[in-house]
Design a protein around this ligand. Structure first.
Ligand code: ADP
Ligand code: NA
Length: 336
């Protein structure tokens, strides 16, 4: 089993990024390693240029994301952790696959329609062909499985179609160039809401720093933010149904659940009938206990770009070694 997954590099990482994305990667890494498989994780910086972006922050964000991944438990000795740009075989293979992908297939991609909106003529060509780069990202490594959320299912189907057509057109049946990857549905990710407004997503773009818990926040800051978090005057219910229509209460209990692994039912069995004066300090302690080691490691790593670059360079070298035989086979098959 070999899985490949990419994440867009972003800075100002917060609890939502941890619980909604990074934590799942760590779990997958551990599950795959336990089965003797291999996981490859990359920072999808080539994808970032398909939308308007700020060149001044992209490389810093790549390092921030790397630091966060390692601090949260991605082990560069067990996973291959690298930066897409440093493995030029991704871009090379994309060009080769552009010969196989059909305009009609890409025209059907709903994400392009969503992201380009009303301004299709003004969208970048990269936004249109980015599913072909995604196909290259996984086919390059003979991935057997790719974790995909609902919004990426169509792109994985496309990768399979491209692989199949390429194998059909250019390879003999007993020696296919590409493996057709199967989707794996990642464990359901928590969706974390703002601490100031239970109907808005916790986000780095929220102007209020009190609305989110940053991975750089120290224990005092975390405690203060949790205590000031918006809640309501009712005590916690003793059953889950009682959280309906109480967005803030629901979010705070959800965070407790995601951090401890306890079910919401279990938490309400313990805290039902108690007010937030009691629940918030308990939640703050849980957050501090789990985030303190991450926070310490994260702040250490993000100060040392050369150490992060060394991690990425080593990962890129391993990735290139895995990628080259497939890339050469693709060139050969095409008569190049
Ligand atoms: P932001 O919303 O802060 O700009 P990004 O869009 O850069 O975050 O998201 C990076 C990753 O973190 C994505 O996988 C996204 O799904 C996840 N993520 C971001 N915010 C949250 C949240 N509030 N709850 C759960 N997951 C989140
Ligand atoms: Na965002």
């Amino acid at each position: 089993m070999r899985i490949v997954s990419g994440i867009q590099p972003t800075g100002n990482l917060h609890l939502g990024n941890y619980l909604g994305a990074i934590k799942n990667w760590v779990k997958m890494q551990d599950d795959i390693a336990a089965e003797g498989g291999q996981s490859l994780y990359f920072l999808a910086d080539l994808h970032a240029i398909s939308m308007p972006h700020d060149p001044r922050t992209l490389s810093a964000n790549t390092r921030e994301m790397t630091a966060a991944l390692v601090a949260c438990g991605i082990d560069p000795d067990r996973s291959i952790l690298f930066n897409q740009t440093q493995v030029p075989q991704h871009a090379e293979l994309q060009w080769l696959l552009n010969g196989t992908a059909r305009m009609g297939w890409l025209n059907r991609m709903t994400q392009f329609k969503d992201k380009s909106g009303k301004n299709r003529e003004g969208a970048s060509v990269a936004l249109f062909t980015y599913p072909v780069l995604q196909a290259a990202d996984v086919l390059l490594y003979q991935a057997t499985h790719v974790p995909v959320g609902e919004d990426q299912k169509q792109h994985l189907e496309l990768a399979r179609d491209i692989a199949q057509k390429f194998n059909n057109d250019f390879a003999s049946e007993d020696a296919p160039v590409f493996t057709l990857p199967d989707p794996i549905i990642p464990p359901e990710a928590a969706r974390i809401m703002s601490l100031r407004d239970g109907s808005a997503k916790m986000s780095k773009s929220d102007p209020s720093d009190m609305a989110r818990i940053n991975l750089t926040d120290d224990a005092d800051t975390i405690m203060k933010k949790v205590k000031k978090a918006k809640s309501d005057a009712e005590p916690l219910p003793s059953e889950k149904a009682g959280l309906e229509g109480r967005a803030e209460a629901n979010n705070l209990v959800g965070i407790y659940s995601a951090m401890t692994g306890q079910s919401v039912e279990q938490i309400l069995a313990d805290f039902g009938g108690e007010g937030f004066g009691k629940f918030k300090p308990a939640l703050g302690e849980v957050l501090v206990e789990k985030l303190a080691p991450i926070n310490e490691r994260f702040n250490e790593l993000r100060k040392d770009y050369s150490a992060l670059d060394a991690i990425l360079a080593k990962g890129a070298e391993k990735a290139r070694t895995l990628a080259l035989p497939t890339l050469h086979a693709a060139y050969d098959a095409l008569g190049l």
